[in-house]
Design a protein around this ligand. Structure first.
Ligand SMILES: C[S@@+](CC[C@H](N)C(=O)[O-])C[C@H]1O[C@@H](n2cnc3c(N)ncnc32)[C@H](O)[C@@H]1O
Length: 371
């Protein structure tokens, strides 16, 4: 079904939002508020519908020309057609809305502090990408498909990664079969590649170096010094390492944490390669009832079914301050809400843009448990 619509808003998922004649909400990816568009309805429910953009009849006041020639075809960016200020405003409001929707506003501590950290580097920031190679071409999968969209350059990838695309194409042709390659640029500028390896074979790393640094600095200011810190879902120590000088001891727990002591590893840092819930269930507080702290940075789905067990273990171990980090505002807000329901209060929250040109956003909250 073809319809003419005017876009009025942006959804947190990135699509433009309109209403059809029946008052039903229609989501249209790659549109901007104020756009008058011709769309095709591709999926419909009673109260909402999904549409695909066929034509922008009249652009809204904020629409800009996306620089990337495959924008809209490749699955990477959803917002290159929007000025950065609009992207950032939408993300901040979206996170506040996610908190409000689960009912967190009633549980804010006195003097609640909200902070926003937009990105300065909004292009060429991604330090790792996963490229697909097929029939002599290198590119990214189209959304919800295994069709390769060839690229000569990715506008959000670091220049060091783009400089490798020609040689990756040559290598893929030699391999002679469809391949995937993860490319990762380290802070030193060194580029690593993993061909046809399992997902995240090179380990998890936050994709935006400068914005990651801002989260690390925020954590330095948010945690009470000289406490034992449990860095849960800590990866290979991204947050643990800069915090060791400030804390009494840091335990970094992650299924992919280093399994052997690292060269130059500080004495007050321990890695535990384990499932977080399992590790906490057996862990004992080393320092009696001295208050401890925890950073929780789970995958997209948040603490989910593990929440109750994790919260109980944290109490048992004397944790009285928690920093909850999340890349999905809804699951993060749900975890924050569940902490508040168990008596914790939300003191401070912040949003960081680690993903310019996309609707993704990183949210961080400091919660305290009154003694
Ligand atoms: C969002 S990443 C955070 C990593 C780290 N905080 C950082 O900044 O690099 C989520 C991490 O959770 C880990 N993970 C996922 N499920 C886990 C589980 N059940 N127990 C322990 N770690 C888990 C993954 O290995 C990944 O490193």
């Amino acid at each position: 079904m073809i319809q003419i619509l005017t876009i009025t808003d942006l959804s947190r998922g990135g699509a433009g939002v309109s209403r059809d004649e029946q008052g039903r909400v229609v989501f249209v990816p790659f549109t901007a508020p104020g756009d008058r568009v011709r769309v095709r309805i591709i999926e419909q429910e009673k109260r909402f519908a999904q549409a695909e953009l066929l034509e922008v009849i009249e652009p809204g006041p904020n629409r800009q020309t996306p620089p990337c020639p495959v924008f809209g075809q490749c699955g990477g960016c959803q917002w290159q057609h929007l000025p950065y200020e609009v992207q950032w405003q939408t993300k901040g409001l979206g996170v506040k809305h996610a908190l409000k929707r689960v009912g967190v506003t009633a549980h804010l501590a006195d003097g609640f502090l909200w902070e926003e950290f937009p990105a300065e580097r909004i292009w060429e920031y991604r330090n790792r990408v996963q490229l697909r190679c097929e029939d002599g071409q290198v590119g990214f999968y189209a959304p919800k498909s295994h069709r390769v969209i060839p690229v000569e350059r990715c506008w959000i990838a670091r220049p060091e990664i783009n400089a490798e695309i020609a040689s990756i194409r040559e290598e893929a042709v030699k391999r002679g079969r469809p391949s995937k390659v993860e490319v990762d640029v380290l802070p030193s500028g060194e580029v690593r590649k993993a061909w046809n390896a399992r997902h995240a074979a090179l380990g998890f790393r936050q994709v935006h170096e400068e914005q990651n640094e801002k989260i690390r600095t925020w954590l330095q200011g948010a945690l009470t010094p000289e406490r034992v810190l449990y860095d849960l879902f800590g990866g290979s120590g991204n947050f643990s390492l800069p915090l060791v000088t400030k804390m009494k001891h840091v335990h970094c727990v992650d299924v992919s944490a280093p399994s052997h002591p690292q060269q130059g590893q500080p004495e007050n840092l321990s890695f535990h390669r384990s499932d977080v819930s399992r590790w906490l269930a057996h862990a004992k507080s080393e320092f009696g009832s001295a208050p401890a702290a925890a950073v929780l940075d789970p995958p997209r789905e948040g603490l989910a079914d593990g929440f109750a067990g994790i919260e109980e273990s944290l109490r048992r171990m004397g944790v009285s301050e928690v920093v909850a980090i999340g890349c999905d505002p809804d699951s993060w807000a749900k975890d924050v809400y569940r902490f508040t329901r168990r008596g914790w209060s939300l003191e401070r929250a912040a949003v960081f843009d680690l993903f310019p040109q996309t609707p993704h956003v990183e949210s961080v909250a400091r919660l305290i448990r009154p003694s």
